[in-house]
Design a binder for this molecule. Structure first.
Ligand code: BG6
Length: 506
């Protein structure tokens, strides 16, 4: 084996710890903040990855004092944190909690915010380094970033940094995404903007690139000569819960396909990046996303559905139209499936089928690379009746790992060949438990490490792919009903049957 003499040895045991800083969260009372962001901050503190003076500032339209804010975080941490609760960690962390009441048009509140972070720089040594996390509806992004600018909060001064973190949805189509990006660009340079697609923070998603580019045995068959098609599924068994306000009018394609599934597809289909820097990754993702199209006849290459009332996991559940806060006439889809083509040499003729939905059979996310059949089988026909196609499946969640399916001889005197599987499971292989995606991503924001954050060009290309489908659906009226616990509407099955294929039953 040859080693590169220029490569400096690094101590892998040294954790990446954020330097002095604070994070200001807008929309701190929302679901995402309570269930994901605050618990992730506690988990990072518990793992010793935050600086001792780390501070968390909440900004919201509530009449709260710092201690009321701390009580809310306490509840969210106790309920949702991944790691055990340790009083000493909590005590140290909670000394840095501050709350600023106000709304986004309130100049007095933004002055108060500026004084608050100045006070943190003094009392907790946050060093002028502050991340502003926008966990708010995108229609307010402009108001908030402009206020940050006007109140001197967005300026990087004297070697310190200011960053903005943006949660999806990044618009509802290409045009609105471009407008949003323009608003943010006015205030923050692109290197200071961190767009969250939490799928990129998942270990199993990062493993797609590790598997492809750290090994020799997969890449030679990773192309149209060997791959028959690719299926990407993100299925949930839950309904929309209390998220009517966010979800209605958005729907499954905008909520999940435009971001999470297109990013997964880009990782599966892209060429090897020159390095793992943000720029090198972006170049390859942009190249592949620029080659993606929906086939001409959108109706044959897409399907959408809306769940009806019924039974899910032994419980009677309402239909989408009966959910609290949903317009009983809503045409929002809760299931979406799409067939995409990647028009380049590597993938010509290989369909990528993407699907996502709520209230499906079970919660599972997977990427399946399904290979062509062997060109010739030197066996009697009946020997291979139970042999299907080879497949490599990334099990993104919940049972994290990878499965390879291939044919093997069944023990016995006859030559009978049947599918078998070989599994790799994170749980059984590694002793470390995977961190939550938000832990990794928040740490990366504080470290200023951008590779896991999509750039605006990627976001815009994804909308460009999806827009013709959304336009067509808007003209067609209502989505097709499907029962809870099923795998979506009939038209989704028909979409693959027309191609002589079938969706996997994960
Ligand atoms: C979010 C979507 O981005 O991802 C939700 O807005 C969805 O609708 C969620 O439920 C699923 O995330 P995960 O990590 O549980 O697969």
């Amino acid at each position: 084996m040859t080693t590169n003499p220029l490569r400096q040895p690094q101590d892998r045991r040294l954790p990446r710890i954020a330097g002095p800083c604070s994070m200001v969260v807008f929309g701190v009372t929302g679901d995402l903040s309570r269930k994901k962001v605050m618990p992730a901050i506690y988990d990072l503190a518990n793992r010793g990855l935050l600086p001792p003076g780390f501070s968390l500032v909440g900004f919201a339209r509530r009449d709260w004092e710092d201690q009321d804010f701390a009580a809310i975080i306490h509840d969210s941490v106790r309920e949702h944190a991944r790691t055990e609760f340790r009083e000493e960690v909590w005590q140290q962390l909670s000394e840095g909690f501050r709350f600023v009441p106000g709304d986004f048009s309130d100049d007095v509140a933004f002055d108060h915010l500026r004084r608050t972070i100045e006070e943190l720089d003094e009392s907790r040594g946050t060093g002028g380094n502050h991340a502003f996390y926008l966990s708010i509806p995108p229609r307010f992004f402009g108001d908030v970033v402009r206020q940050l600018k006007e109140h001197g909060l967005a300026d990087n001064t004297g070697g310190s940094w200011r960053r903005v973190v943006v949660e999806k949805p990044f618009g509802h189509d290409l045009e609105s995404a471009q407008e949003l990006n323009a608003v943010i660009d006015e205030v923050f340079p692109s290197g200071s903007v961190f767009r969250i697609d939490h799928y990129l923070g998942k270990e199993t998603v990062q493993n797609i690139l590790a598997l492809r580019f750290a090994n020799t045995m997969f890449e030679p068959v990773w192309n149209a000569n060997y791959v028959d098609h690719v299926q990407i599924t993100m299925a949930e068994d839950i309904g929309i819960g209390s998220r009517a306000g966010y979800y209605d009018g958005i729907g499954a394609a905008r909520d999940v396909i435009q971001n999470h599934l297109m990013q997964l597809m880009a990782l599966v289909a892209m060429e090897e990046p020159a390095s793992f820097t943000a720029d090198a990754l972006r170049i390859e993702k942009l190249k592949v996303l620029s080659s993606v199209v929906v086939p001409q006849r959108v109706d044959l290459a897409s399907a959408r559905g809306q769940y009806t009332a019924g039974w899910s996991g032994g419980v009677e559940v309402p239909g989408y139209l009966e959910e609290e806060g949903i317009d009983p006439d809503s045409a929002t889809e809760t299931f979406a499936a799409l067939k995409l083509e990647v028009q380049n040499r590597r993938w010509a003729g290989v369909p990528f089928y993407l699907r996502t939905g709520k209230r499906l059979g079970r919660r599972v996310t997977e990427v399946a690379i399904v290979f062509e059949r062997a060109p010739h089988l030197p066996f009697a026909d009946h020997s291979t009746e139970e042999l299907t196609q080879n497949a490599l499946v990334f099990r993104i969640q919940p049972d994290e790992g990878m499965t390879v399916r291939f044919g093997s001889k069944v023990p016995g005197t006859a030559m009978e060949i049947r599918d078998v599987t070989m599994d790799f499971a994170y749980g059984g292989t590694f002793t470390e438990r995977s961190p939550e995606a938000y832990e990794r991503l928040i740490l990366d924001v504080l470290l200023g490490d951008p590779p896991l954050f999509p750039r605006h060009e990627e976001v815009e290309l994804s909308w460009k792919i999806l827009d013709p489908v959304l336009e067509r659906w808007a003209r067609k009226g209502k989505p097709e009903p499907y029962s809870p616990g099923s795998w979506g509407p009939e038209s989704a099955m028909a979409m693959l049957e027309r191609d002589g294929r079938a969706w996997r039953r994960p």
